[in-house]
Design a binder for this molecule. Structure first.
Ligand SMILES: [Zn+2]
Length: 276
């Protein structure tokens, strides 16, 4: 059914896209199906690291901690590693303290700084079972399962806490499956590079941090919607699983997770700078 649905919504999609030119040009990438071939950057000079949530938005919560707190530590640790090992790479955070940043502003920060890669870091939650655990890395695209859609809906729901969300996201309804299908169809450019980096992250979680990888997945995430560079959203583990929560909170766990993402980053950088 999911294969048929996009065809049904195409007229609605084109209507939705038609409003895009009114948006600020520096934050919008037109990505209709006829989009130009992906231009792959051959130098990785700037990376934007996005710690999800923050301030009035705790993200998902476990028994002991909250997503906003864990992901800030992971983001800062990843950034420190990159700065230390690669002094020529510019590291920019969307937030470096516990404060609220709107989703549209996160991608705008990456676009304004002409980032070559956007890494959004999150923790997952399973409402149905405390046994679910493991990592998954998302790129922008059409969800294949209800579970993937549920992750995007949860992460996108934060816009309801933004004062101007109706205008900022063109009436996007974070509770609507159809809105997510339309959103996923919007971005096509940089999909290949995004998936390439996402695969490296998941492989590195398995190999370098002995994590259970649930794989690379796609869904429509507002935080990735308008980025004009390869972009991923990493779900580093489930706070609803008590064991994984303890791991995500621990210094060792955070060191392993940030280290695994760093290794994927180093590999990706080397690959694109060697010409793919
Ligand atoms: Zn999140």
């Amino acid at each position: 059914m999911l294969l048929v649905l996009p065809l049904l919504v195409l007229p609605m999609l084109s209507a939705w896209i038609s409003v895009a030119p009114q948006l600020p040009q520096d934050t919008v990438r037109r990505a209709e199906p006829e989009a130009e071939p992906e231009s792959i950057p051959n130098k990785l000079r700037t990376v934007v690291i996005d710690a999800g949530h923050g301030g009035k938005d705790p993200g998902c919560v476990g028994r002991r901690t909250r997503e906003s707190r864990v992901v800030l530590k992971l983001a800062l640790q990843l950034g420190r590693k990159i700065k230390r090992e690669m002094p020529n790479v510019r590291v920019i955070y969307t937030r470096s303290t516990d404060h609220f940043v709107e989703l549209a502003e996160r991608s705008a920060i990456a676009n304004r700084n002409r980032a070559d890669l956007f890494i959004s870091i999150h923790c997952n939650a399973s409402p149905s079972s405390s046994r679910v655990y493991g990592t998954e890395t998302y790129t922008m695209g059409l969800h294949k399962t209800q579970g993937n859609l549920d992750v995007a809906k949860r992460e996108n729901n934060v816009i309801l806490q933004e004062s101007n969300y109706q205008q900022a996201y063109k009436g996007f309804n974070p509770n609507s499956p159809l809105a997510h299908i339309m959103l996923a169809n919007y971005q096509h450019a940089f999909m290949g590079s995004s998936i390439n980096f996402a695969e490296k992250v998941e492989r590195s979680f398995r190999r370098n941090a002995s994590r259970k990888s649930n794989g690379v997945k796609q869904a429509g995430f507002l935080v990735l919607w308008r980025t004009t560079m390869p972009s991923v959203l990493i779900e580093t583990g489930y706070l609803t699983n008590p064991d994984e929560e303890l791991y995500l909170m621990s210094e060792d766990g955070q060191e392993q997770i940030a280290g695994a993402i760093y290794k994927a980053f180093a590999q990706y950088k080397e690959e694109i700078e060697a010409g793919g």
